[in-house]
Design a protein around this ligand. Structure first.
Ligand code: WT7
Length: 635
């Protein structure tokens, strides 16, 4: 067992219970968690069928769960639906039509509001535009855009016609984008001419040109015009978004698809260099995210909801775009840095838009703490009713600050544990539950989770182990795109019958879950999940580098930072200049999130007999810890 399980000691001391207020209890959608969870556990299919009935379907299902090909589970088989029917169509002709669907704001204070009717019109026009580019049901469309309403419009337009969208986070390099485009054989790439972040202008089109150069699959690129800079347009391939939709009709039929029809592919980093294309489908996904969103955030019709994630991650897919729109509330998209130009930008936005629900990440909370209480104290934050956290474990200190200083002891904090693969939140409080600072509390009703040791036995309370999910859930990933073998080996092999999350956790005596991070070599830098191997292969692509091993080191703000151990090729010597060169190279090859804070030149790396770098050993050396079982070490 991994030695870093010891890290939980501090968390174990958190015993204080934070009880919900009478007001929270009164409004809670789930007042009796236990009763609901017990009932759902007894009849999960009945429970999920009931959740499904709250949504619109073109044709009802025959079977709720088909486990005959397990672990290739199928949900709501025989049904026809489309998530966009629920996110948009269903609201047309109702009072929701006039409500604000999206509020968008950027660093400079520019602002846009789109009503549901306006959003629907834009989605229809884009969907018609994509049809004009011969995008058909099942075709993959890559999206490389920043946090603007257009990224949501692009996603919804694809889904509406049954095309499969694959958003690639706009902080990735051309190489990373290319790898993802190639893997899924995307037909169209949607991007923008330029992007803006923290006062900087980013040349998006240039990155895309580099990424699609010589691509066998890309037929068209659609460019959303944001800047006034002229960009080079390739004849017959490139088209401006505005030109594409200009003469398109305002209406477009939503295409009914089978419940199991793929909705999107989203890539996550694994321990090997090649990212995994996680596949999600229309039917089960919409049921799972709708139910979790409404119950966990206690959604009310007039809520202004702000999730600070980027739409390029799964959080953005599920809980910025799809679930809030299905709920018919207002979702805020902020294209900017929450601490720019000053550390109270985030609070200014909360106050200005009277945000009721704020869903953010521990890394940001830790950054905000660093700047001091004076920044939030300058602003009226009384609109806030509920706070959320996601992406990595929230340390108790950060939790308490969030609770006391931001929520003024009034707002419950929902610390939501889930993954790109799970599609929906899995372990989380509902607001009526007593909370503990730093714990994601209990599995959502309908979800069964456990912590196992290496032999697959459940560990006793207070002991760390592997976090697994014991039963299928509707929003689960269906496979790894065109790689069933990898789906099986990554998630279902280690503990037969159980979904392996790859995380470590322990359960306390009250049954509360405490997540301890990844059991493999994935780094979590400022909330971004990055495979060591991806950074390593980025380094190795530099002419001076022969081999590299990358580990995560604890960091008070970012959660982790990357440190690289690099073996140089003969004829090269380590120098500070080379360190800078390598960092530049990483920025370009893998993207800014992957730049290592430290680079150390070494002669040798610890390896297994089969030649795999043992990062665990590197990490132990670096942190002065016991390396644990080193029997696999070559020498
Ligand atoms: C990994 C999944 C799911 C949205 C964002 C990340 C870590 C996520 C929590 C939490 C502790 C968390 C886990 C998980 N994680 N939420 N509330 N407490 N850890 O999606 O990139 O697929 O990463 O993020 O390690 O496995 P992702």
């Amino acid at each position: 067992m991994d030695k870093n399980l010891g890290r939980t000691e501090v968390l174990l001391n958190e015993k204080k219970l934070y009880k919900p207020s009478a007001k929270t209890l009164k409004h809670a959608r789930v007042k009796q968690y236990k009763a609901v969870a017990v009932k759902a556990a007894k009849d999960p299919e009945g429970y999920w069928a009931k959740a499904a009935e709250e949504l619109g379907w073109f044709k009802r299902w025959n079977t709720v769960l088909d486990a005959s090909q397990a672990p290739f589970f199928k949900w709501f088989t025989g049904a026809e639906c489309n998530i966009v029917h629920n996110a948009l169509d269903r609201h047309m002709g109702t009072p929701v039509e006039k409500k604000t669907a999206i509020i968008w704001e950027n660093d400079a204070g520019d602002r846009r509001k789109l009503s549901y009717a306006e959003l629907n019109r834009e989605v229809c026009r884009m969907a018609n535009g994509l049809k004009n580019l011969k995008v058909r049901k099942g075709d993959r469309v890559a999206i490389y855009m920043q946090n603007t309403p257009e990224i949501a419009i692009a996603m919804l337009a694809c889904a509406k016609i049954g095309a499969v969208h694959s958003v690639v986070y706009a902080g990735y390099s051309a190489r990373a984008l290319r790898e993802r485009i190639d893997d899924q054989a995307a037909k169209v790439l949607i991007t923008s001419d330029v992007g803006f972040r923290g006062g900087k202008v980013i040349d998006m089109k240039k990155v895309c040109d580099e990424a699609v150069q010589g691509s066998p699959s890309i037929q068209h690129m659609v460019i959303h015009r944001r800047g006034n800079m002229p960009v080079s347009m390739k004849m017959n391939r490139d088209t401006y978004w505005d030109a594409l939709v200009e003469s398109q009709p305002d209406r477009c039929e939503t295409v009914p698809v089978e419940a199991e029809h793929p909705l999107f592919i989203l890539y996550t980093s694994g321990t090997t260099a090649k990212p995994k294309g996680i596949v999600h489908v229309h039917g089960g996904y919409m049921v799972g995210i709708n139910r979790t969103f409404e119950w966990i955030f206690d959604i009310r019709p007039d809520d202004i909801y702000w999730c600070t994630a980027d739409p390029g991650w799964v959080t953005g897919h599920s809980y910025i775009v799809y679930a809030p729109l299905m709920a018919g509330i207002t979702t805020l998209m902020f294209e900017g840095v929450p601490i720019y130009p000053q550390p109270d930008k985030i609070w200014k936005v909360v106050k200005k838009h009277k945000v009721n629900i704020l869903y953010t990440a521990p890394t940001l909370i830790r950054t905000l703490i660093k700047f001091g209480d004076k920044w939030p104290k300058k602003h009226d934050l009384s609109s806030l009713r509920l706070l959320g956290s996601v992406g990595e474990p929230i340390n108790p200190e950060a939790w308490r600050w969030y609770y006391n200083v931001i929520g003024k002891k009034r707002c419950p904090i929902v610390d939501t544990w889930w993954q790109t693969e799970t599609g929906m939140i899995m372990i989380t409080p509902v607001p009526a539950m007593p909370l503990k600072a730093g714990s994601a509390t209990l599995p959502f009703p309908g979800v069964q989770a456990a912590v196992l040791d290496d032999n697959g036995s459940e560990v006793p309370p207070g002991k760390g182990g592997y976090l697994v999910i014991k039963n299928p859930w509707p929003a689960m990933l269906r496979t790894v795109f065109r790689n069933e073998k990898r789906y099986l080996s990554t998630y279902w092999e280690k503990f037969p019958g159980y979904y392996e999350t790859g995380d470590l956790a322990h359960i306390d005596k009250d049954g509360y879950f405490w997540i301890q991070g990844r059991s493999d070599d994935v780094l979590s830098i400022a909330g971004h999940r990055i495979g060591s191997a991806e950074i390593e292969s980025g380094l190795v692509s530099h002419p001076a580098v022969s081999e590299a091993g990358v580990i995560g080191k604890p960091h008070p703000i970012k959660g982790e930072t990357a440190k690289a151990f690099v073996i140089l090729k003969q004829g090269y010597t380590g120098s500070e200049q080379l360190v800078e060169q390598l960092k530049l190279h990483l920025r370009k090859e893998v993207g800014p999130v992957a730049v290592t804070d430290e680079i150390e030149f070494v002669d040798k790396l610890p390896k297994t007999r089969s030649g795999k770098i043992m990062r665990r050993v590197l990490k132990a050396w670096e942190l002065g810890q016991d390396a644990g079982d080193t029997s696999a070490l070559a020498d």
